[in-house]
Structure formats: C-alpha cells, structure tokens
Design a protein around this ligand. Structure first.
Ligand SMILES: [Zn+2]
Length: 532
C-alpha cells in the first residue's frame, strides 16, 4: 500500500475540530477504535479470509482484547465456536457456457459475458431453454408473482435483480436471498437461474467482480444448511452484454433496465436461445470459528437473557491485484465493526452501568461467503436460543462524514427501531429508514441470520446528508468497497466513529435494562419467525 504517511494528517484534521466543538470529552473519541483497526486491517492479517492464517491471527488479537477487558468466554472451546465449511472453486479451463440458437452455439466468454456462481453446487452439465421472468419474485403478501402463468419446467430463468416499488424494501431484500429466491423456481420445476445485476444498484463494477471470479465460494457443511437443492446452474450475466440473451425476443436490455431502475413492473417472455453450461468444481473442507464473549448482567432474572452485539471479523482475503495491491484489508468492512465491539465491551466492563440483562459479543466468520458464521451461530447458539432478546449488528458503518444522520436498517420492523431513534435523537442525530431499497442491505449482513430465527435485530450506518456527501459514499463503493483500497490509507472521521460507538452503547444499555424485551411490530413481515 502507498501513501500511509497521509494518515496522521487526516486524524489531526478530523479529530481536533470535533473535540473543540464538544464541552465534555466524549466517552469514545475514535482513537482506540482506530488503533484496533490498525491491527486488524494491517497487511499481515492478509485480508482475513474465512479459515485463513490471517483470520486466525485477527481472532487471536480479539481474544487477547476480550481477556484483557475481563469478558467471560462463551463459545464452545473458550471464546471459540468452531464452524465447518465446504469451499467450492471453479476449474475454469474445464468449464464453459454457450447460447444455442437455431442449432448454432454462440460461446460465452467467462468473465466477459458471464460468471458462474459457485455459491450453489453446480451440476457438471446443463442444457435448457431460457425464459425471462422479470425480477423473478413471488411475493404472496403483496399479490405479486412474476412466475404466474409461466412454464418453467426444465428451464433456466433469466432475471434482473431488484424489485417493483410496491414491495417494501426489507421484504424485497428477503425474497432475493439465495434461499428464498430459489424456492418458487424449485416449486415451478426450473433447473437454474441467470441473474443480470441491476445496473442501478451495482456496488462493485463488473470488471472487479470478474477479476475475482475464481476466488472460492463457501457453504456451511451439513445438509441442514443446504438451501438451493435442485439448482443446477447459477450464472451472473454482464449487463453490458445482456443483449446477447434478448436477441430475437422483441425486447432489448436497455428498455428493461430503464424500468428496473425505477422499480417498475417488468414483462415476462420466452427467449429465443437455450443455454448449455459445463462446470467443473474443486471442493475442500475449511474450518473457521465464531468468537463469543459474555458480560453478565446483574438482575437475578433478566441476567439469563442476552442482548447480542455482533460484527463479522472475516473479509475476502488476498485476491487479484488492483493498482499492484493484492491484499483486501477490509478496514471499514469490517475491522471497523469488530473495533466497535471491542471498545464497547471494554467500556462497559470498566464502567459497569447497572446492566440488568447480560450482553453477548459475537464475532462471526464467513460473512463475506454469505452470512455463514452468523447463520451457524443463530442455528446453534452457545446460549439458550430463547434467551437472545435482540441483535444489534455492526457492519461497514462507514464514518466518512460527521455523524448527523443514521440509517437504521429494520427501523420499522420492531420496537428496537423506536429505541434506536430515541437514543440517536437524544444525541442530536436524526434517523432514516433504508434510503436505497434496491441495494438489499437489510439482508446483506448478519442481523438477517438472527431475524430468521425470530430475534428482533437492526443495523445502523452513518449516512450522508448533502449531495456532496452522497457522491462521496457512492465513490467509496465504486473504488474501495471489496477492493484492496479499503485499507488504512483512507480518510475517516474519528469523531463520527466515537459518536457512533456512544449511540451503540446507549442502545445496548437501554435494551438490557428495559423490563420488556423488544417485540416485532404487528405489521412486520419478519414477525412470523418469532418464537416467543
Ligand atoms: Zn463485505
């Protein structure tokens, strides 16, 4: 990495004015937060890929910090909860795909035109007609069914990611998870899915997705976790080349993308081509761990219940070089979240406010592989599953600007959202629901694993409030998100990070002390998973 010397300058620029503004020194000033990130996102952590040597080092650092802070181990082996994975990697030289039209094969260039998704257990060979299914969503709650009247038996569905505006953001995100996505297609007899990413919501440009297409995918070992049985083919198709799919159908991709950008309904129609795909996979077993620590509460009854604070510790590891840098450090994604947990754990232990409920600090692995560590933890928690009253998840909260506005994911789903609003507003911070429903952020981090097991959950992100700030956040996604430049050499606002930690801590304490445990809202779709 380059230009590290600029870092100290940024700290001075951001920290000094922030301290000058506030009368009392804040409980969190962002300094210890950044110190943790400097360790966790250093090059010698090698990007913390699930199961890697670098991630093990990062885990050892976190365990050392938890011990120092005096937190109790609450995993299966001390602080550790081992998790077993199967990794799948495409052998590209022995794999290929082609469109078949009028008896002629038009080969697709892997990487350029399309990419195999190894998140599903690809069949060695598939040949099937293609049908365009719009967003491919089937949402009975909203009387919306893209699949109605379509014959999908033995066919491969082609869809554009996204959703029509009549489906609320959290619900449309839920229906686009790999497992929920596949259910209606499996029921209709389809054998695979070709996904065209919605150009209006692509966080990572196609070129960077293509660059790392051969990085292994992972899945939790064990049949209880298989969610895409029967899905023989999964391909991502480059939106810039998508007209290859639509040739001869009477439609073109631009017309469809225009509708999808504005969340308008999409048409459905058969395509003139079939697809033929051959995929060869190399698989192996990978072991990794979640880390779990407990801070006991003091109420004789309520101490048996837990408020969970979670953050993923893994990132994507070492990959293809971008500007000569191969280490994907994951400073904001998500050394930043791990650092929040460490700071809050140490702070609450030092100044034990009268916590009634206990707190559980959960550092999950395998998030970047599909929320896998949290999925495992939520299915096999190291405490009584019914004792977890809430999950607050911290993932890539991005303190790039002063903290005046927080996005609360799950704001309207449970009364946790109301508590978050109260706490933030008492600190002079406004809250907003998800402003970019197309990005499906609600299901893209570990809170979703808890939600699927009935635990009310939310996540909060620092939000931009001016057009300039919005552009800055967008540029961050384009250039740094899942890139080697999400590293220690980037401007962050330490005061914003400190204020964020303050809000997280206040929220935790409030939920821990409330005689009532958080409840799903009566109208929340996710209430159906509640067990209490
Ligand atoms: Zn990530």
């Amino acid at each position: 990495m380059l230009r590290k010397s600029l870092l100290s300058l940024w700290i001075v620029v951001f920290l000094v004015p922030a301290l000058a503004q506030q009368g009392n020194p804040p409980a969190f000033d962002g300094k210890s937060w950044w110190e943790h990130i400097k360790v966790l996102a250093a090059d010698n952590m090698e990007g913390r890929d699930t199961g890697s040597r670098g991630l093990k080092k990062a885990e050892a650092y976190v365990v050392g910090q938890l011990k120092n802070a005096g937190l109790q181990p609450a995993g299966e082996e001390g602080y550790y909860q081992p998790v077993k994975f199967v990794s799948r990697q495409l052998v590209e030289q022995k794999s290929n795909a082609a469109l078949l039209r009028h008896g002629k094969a038009e080969p697709l260039t892997l990487g350029e035109d399309a990419i195999f998704s190894t998140r599903v257990d690809l069949a060695p060979e598939v040949e099937a007609p293609l049908v365009f299914v719009g967003y491919g969503l089937s949402v009975p709650e909203n009387d919306f069914d893209d699949l109605a009247g379509l014959d999908l038996k033995g066919k491969v569905a082609v869809l554009i990611s996204g959703s029509p505006s009549q489906i609320p953001s959290a619900l449309s995100a839920h229906h686009q998870t790999a497992a929920e996505r596949w259910k209606p297609f499996f029921a209709a007899g389809a054998v695979g899915i070709v996904t065209i990413p919605n150009p209006a919501s692509m966080d990572v440009p196609w070129s960077r997705i293509a660059l790392n297409r051969l990085h292994p995918s992972m899945d939790l070992a064990g049949s209880e976790f298989s969610e895409t049985d029967g899905e023989k083919l999964a391909l991502y198709f480059n939106p810039a080349h998508a007209d290859k799919l639509f040739a001869g159908s009477g439609h073109n991709f631009q017309e469809l993308a225009e509708l999808a950008k504005d969340r308008k309904p999409l048409p459905h129609f058969p395509l003139t081509a079939s697809i033929r795909a051959r995929a060869r996979l190399k698989t192996k077993v990978v072991m990794s761990s979640n880390l779990v620590a407990r801070l006991p509460g003091n109420d004789p009854q309520l101490k048996n219940e837990y408020v969970v604070l979670s953050a993923h510790i893994d990132h994507v590891g070492i990959g293809e070089p971008v500007n000569g840098d191969r280490i994907y450090n994951g400073a904001m994604d998500n050394a930043a979240g791990v650092a929040v947990l460490l700071d809050v754990a140490a702070s609450l232990k030092r100044h034990p406010e009268d916590l009634k409920r206990s707190l559980l600090f959960v550092f999950v692995t395998g998030e970047e592989k599909g929320l896998l560590g949290s999925k495992y933890f939520a299915a096999h928690p190291t405490v009584d599953p019914k004792s977890m009253v809430a999950d607050i998840n911290v993932d890539m909260f991005r303190p790039l600007v002063p903290l005046n506005l927080l996005t609360v994911l799950g704001l309207a789903e449970s009364d946790l959202g109301d508590v978050a609003r109260q706490v933030a507003e008492s600190d002079g911070v406004s809250v907003q629901p998800d402003p970019q429903p197309l990005r499906n952020v609600f299901v893209r981090s570990d809170q979703y694993s808890f939600i699927r097991h009935g635990v009310p959950a939310l996540a909060m992100d620092v939000a931009p409030s001016t057009p300039e700030q919005k552009q800055m956040f967008q540029d961050w996604l384009t250039h740094r998100y899942h890139a080697p430049s999400d590293d220690l050499d980037q401007p962050v606002d330490l005061a914003a990070a400190g204020k964020y930690e303050e809000i997280v801590q206040q929220l935790l304490v409030k939920v821990a002390d409330d005689p009532q445990r958080p409840q799903w809202k009566a109208e929340s779709f996710f209430r159906r998973y509640a067990k209490n």
